[in-house]
Design a protein around this ligand. Structure first.
Ligand code: HEC
Ligand code: HEC
Ligand code: HEC
Ligand code: HEC
Ligand code: HEC
Ligand code: HEC
Ligand code: HEC
Ligand code: HEC
Ligand code: HEC
Ligand code: HEC
Length: 325
C-alpha cells in the first residue's frame, strides 16, 4: 500500500508523502491500541449518506442509539464525524463489490460470518473507549477467550434501556454464555439478581479487573462488604473464617441451603469443628440424631449450633468469645 501511495504521488509531494508515512509509523508505535492503518485495504471515507443508501433498514434502528445522537448532533472530533465508518472503517473499497466474499477485508464487520479478526474489532471500539472501566481489558479472561465487544454489545439498535447490550438486560446478556450461573441464581436461596434488585455488574466487571474472577473489588470479602458493611466489623471477637473468606460458608450466587450456605447446618460448622471430646460432634450419638430413638437434639434443630452461638460473624460483647452474644 505504501509503495502504491508513493508511486501515485506527484513528484512535488514525494517528500511530504514520505514524511506522512514516517509519522504514521511512529503513531503506531506510540499507541499500539490505535487501529493499524491502512484500514480496509487502504480505503477512504465516503460518508454515511452513501452507506444509508444501501443500508436503510440498519440505519432506521441505528438512528435511536447514543452513538447516532452523539455522532450526528454533536460530534466532538473527526472520528465521530465519520459516523458508520468510525466503527466499520473507511468504506470506499466495500462499495466496489459488496457481495463478493473475497472483498470482506475491505470492511470491518462485527459478525462471526464476516470474519474480521476479533483483535481488530475490539481496536475499533477501543479507539474511543480505552481506559476507564476497560483499563484491564487486555489480558482479562474475556479478552483471552477471544470475546469481542460485540459479543455483549449491539450498537446497531437500542435493545436495552442502557448500555447498548445485545439482550434486554445485563443478566440475560451474561446468561447467553453462562448457563451454569443461570441455574445457580434459580436456587432456593439466592442473591436477588433475577428479582431485578441487582445485576452481575454489581460484583463483576466484565471488561476486566485486577482481582480473580473479574471481581470489581480487590477480594471476595471487599466485594461483599460493599453492600453488607456490618460484616466488616471491627469485632472484639472475630471468627477466623469470616475474616478469611465469606465463601468458606456461603455461595456467591445461590444455594439450595438456607442463606446461601455451602453446606447445611450443623455439618457446615462440623467441617471445621469436630472435637470429639466436646459437644461439637457427639450430635451423632443414638439419642442425638433425628429418628435415632431419643428426642431431637438442640444442635440439629432450627438454627442448630447457632441456637447458642448466634453471633457467627463476630461479636462485640465482652463475653462474646464463643459468639453467644
Ligand atoms: C452499493 C450498496 C452498498 C453500500 C453503498 C454500502 N454497503 Fe454495506 N453491504 C452491502 C451489501 C450488499 C452487503 C452484504 C454483503 C454480504 O452479505 O456478503 C453489505 C454488507 C455490509 C456489512 C455487513 C458486515 C457483516 O458483519 O455482515 C456492513 C457492516 C456494511 N455493509 C457496512 C457498510 C458501511 C459502513 C457502508 C458505508 C461506508 C456501506 N456498508 C455501504 C451493500 C452496500
Ligand atoms: C458504534 C459502532 C458502530 C457504528 C457507529 C455503526 N455500526 Fe454497524 N455494526 C456495529 C456492530 C458492533 C455490529 C454487529 C452487530 C451484531 O453483532 O449483530 C454492526 C453490524 C452492522 C451490519 C451487519 C449486521 C446487520 O445488522 O445487518 C451492517 C450492515 C451495519 N452494521 C451497517 C452500519 C451502518 C450503515 C452504520 C451507519 C448508519 C453503522 N453500521 C454504524 C457497530 C457499529
Ligand atoms: C468514534 C468514537 C466511538 C467509537 C469508535 C465507538 N464509540 Fe461507543 N460511544 C461513543 C460516544 C461519544 C458515546 C456516548 C458516551 C457519552 O455520552 O459519554 C458512546 C457510548 C457507548 C456506550 C454506552 C451506551 C449507553 O447507553 O450509555 C457503549 C456501550 C458503547 N459506546 C459501546 C461501543 C462499542 C461496543 C463500540 C465498537 C463496536 C463503540 N462503542 C465504538 C464513541 C464511540
Ligand atoms: C462480557 C460482556 C461484555 C463485553 C465483552 C464488553 N462489555 Fe461493555 N459492558 C457490558 C455491560 C454488562 C455493561 C453495563 C451496561 C449497563 O450498565 O447498562 C457494559 C458497559 C459498557 C460501556 C458503558 C459504560 C462505560 O464504561 O462507559 C461501554 C462504553 C462499554 N461497555 C464498552 C465496551 C467495549 C469497548 C468493549 C470491548 C473492548 C466491551 N464493552 C466489551 C458488558 C460487556
Ligand atoms: C460470548 C460468551 C460470553 C458472554 C456473553 C459472557 N461471558 Fe463471561 N466468560 C466467557 C468465557 C468463554 C469465559 C472463560 C471460561 C469460563 O470461565 O467459563 C468467561 C468467564 C467469566 C468469568 C470468570 C472469570 C475467571 O477469571 O474465572 C466471569 C466472572 C464472567 N465470565 C462474567 C461475565 C459477566 C458478568 C457477563 C455479562 C456482563 C459475561 N461474563 C458474559 C464467555 C462469556
Ligand atoms: C453478589 C455478588 C455477585 C453477583 C451479583 C454475581 N457474582 Fe459471579 N461471582 C461472585 C463471586 C464472589 C465469585 C467467586 C470468586 C472467587 O471464587 O474468587 C463469582 C464467580 C463467578 C464466575 C466464575 C465461576 C464460578 O462460579 O466460580 C462466573 C462465571 C460468574 N461469577 C458469573 C456471574 C454472572 C453471569 C452473574 C450475573 C448473572 C454473576 N456472576 C453475579 C460474585 C457475584
Ligand atoms: C450489590 C449489593 C450486594 C453485594 C455486593 C452482596 N450482597 Fe448479599 N445480598 C444483597 C441483597 C440486596 C440481599 C437480599 C436481602 C433481602 O432480600 O433481604 C442479599 C442477601 C444475602 C444473603 C442472604 C440473606 C437472606 O436473608 O437470605 C447472604 C448470605 C448474602 N447476601 C451474602 C453475601 C456475600 C457472601 C456476598 C459477597 C460474595 C454478598 N452477599 C454481596 C446485596 C448484596
Ligand atoms: C463460618 C461460616 C460463615 C462465614 C465465614 C460467613 N458467614 Fe454469613 N452466615 C453464616 C450463617 C450460618 C448464616 C445464617 C445465620 C442465621 O440463620 O441466623 C449467615 C448469614 C449471613 C447473612 C444473612 C443474615 C445476616 O446476618 O445478615 C449475610 C448477609 C451474611 N451471612 C453475609 C456474610 C458475609 C458478607 C461474610 C463474609 C464477610 C460471611 N457472611 C461469612 C455463616 C457464615
Ligand atoms: C472454615 C472453617 C470454619 C467453619 C466452617 C466454622 N468455623 Fe468456627 N472457628 C474456626 C476457626 C479457625 C476458629 C478459631 C479457633 C481458635 O481460635 O482456636 C473458630 C472459632 C469458633 C468458636 C470459638 C472457639 C474458641 O475456642 O474460641 C466458636 C464458638 C465457633 N467457631 C463456632 C462455629 C459455628 C457455630 C460454626 C457454624 C455456623 C462455625 N464455627 C463454622 C473455623 C471455622
Ligand atoms: C446449647 C447451647 C450450645 C449449642 C447448641 C452448641 N454450643 Fe458450642 N458451646 C456452648 C457453650 C456453653 C460453650 C462453652 C463456652 C465457654 O466455655 O465459654 C461452647 C463452646 C464451643 C466451642 C469452643 C470450644 C469448646 O468446645 O469449648 C466451639 C468450637 C463450639 N462450641 C462449637 C459448637 C458447634 C460446632 C455446635 C453445633 C454442632 C455447637 N457449638 C452447639 C454452647 C452450645
Amino acid at each position: 500500500m505504501i509503495r502504491h501511495r508513493l508511486l501515485t504521488l506527484p513528484r512535488l509531494g514525494l517528500a511530504v508523502g514520505c514524511f506522512a508515512t514516517v509519522t504514521m509509523v511512529t503513531t503506531i508505535v506510540a499507541n499500539p491500541k490505535a487501529p493499524t492503518p491502512p484500514l480496509n485495504g487502504g480505503a477512504t471515507y465516503i460518508g454515511e449518506a452513501v452507506c444509508i443508501a444501501c443500508h436503510q433498514v440498519q440505519n432506521n434502528h441505528f438512528a435511536h442509539t447514543v452513538h447516532a445522537n452523539a455522532f450526528r448532533l454533536n460530534p466532538k472530533n473527526e472520528k465521530e464525524k465519520v459516523s458508520c465508518e468510525s466503527c466499520h472503517g473507511p468504506g470506499s473499497n466495500h462499495i466496489k463489490d459488496p457481495m463478493s466474499p473475497g472483498n470482506r477485508v475491505s470492511l470491518v464487520g462485527f459478525t462471526k460470518e464476516w470474519g474480521t479478526p476479533v483483535a481488530l474489532q475490539t481496536q475499533m471500539c477501543l479507539q474511543c473507549h480505552d481506559g476507564g472501566q476497560r483499563m484491564f481489558w487486555q489480558g482479562s479472561t474475556h479478552a483471552t477467550h477471544d470475546l469481542s465487544c460485540s459479543d455483549c454489545h449491539n450498537p446497531m439498535a437500542k435493545v436495552s434501556a442502557t448500555g447498548l447490550l445485545k439482550k434486554a438486560s445485563i443478566n440475560e446478556t451474561c446468561y447467553t454464555c453462562h448457563q451454569q450461573q443461570r441455574a445457580e441464581f434459580a436456587k432456593r436461596s439466592h442473591m436477588p439478581v433475577n428479582d431485578g434488585k441487582m445485576s452481575c455488574v454489581d460484583c463483576h466487571n466484565p471488561h476486566g479487573s485486577t482481582s480473580k474472577t473479574l471481581l470489581k473489588a480487590d477480594s471476595v470479602n471487599e466485594t461483599c462488604y460493599s453492600c453488607h458493611a456490618e460484616k466488616r466489623g471491627p469485632f472484639l471477637w472475630e471468627h477466623a473464617p469470616v475474616r478469611d473468606n465469606c465463601l468458606s460458608c456461603h455461595n456467591a450466587h445461590g444455594s439450595n441451603h438456607d442463606k446461601l450456605l455451602t453446606v447445611a447446618r450443623p455439618f457446615l460448622c462440623q467441617q471445621c469443628h469436630g472435637n470429639a471430646q466436646g459437644h461439637q460432634a457427639p450430635l451423632f450419638n443414638s439419642s442425638g440424631i433425628l429418628g435415632g430413638g431419643g428426642a431431637a437434639n438442640i444442635r440439629i434443630m432450627s438454627h442448630s449450633c447457632q441456637n447458642c452461638h448466634s453471633q457467627i460473624h463476630g461479636s462485640n460483647h465482652p463475653a462474646g468469645a464463643r459468639f453467644q452474644r
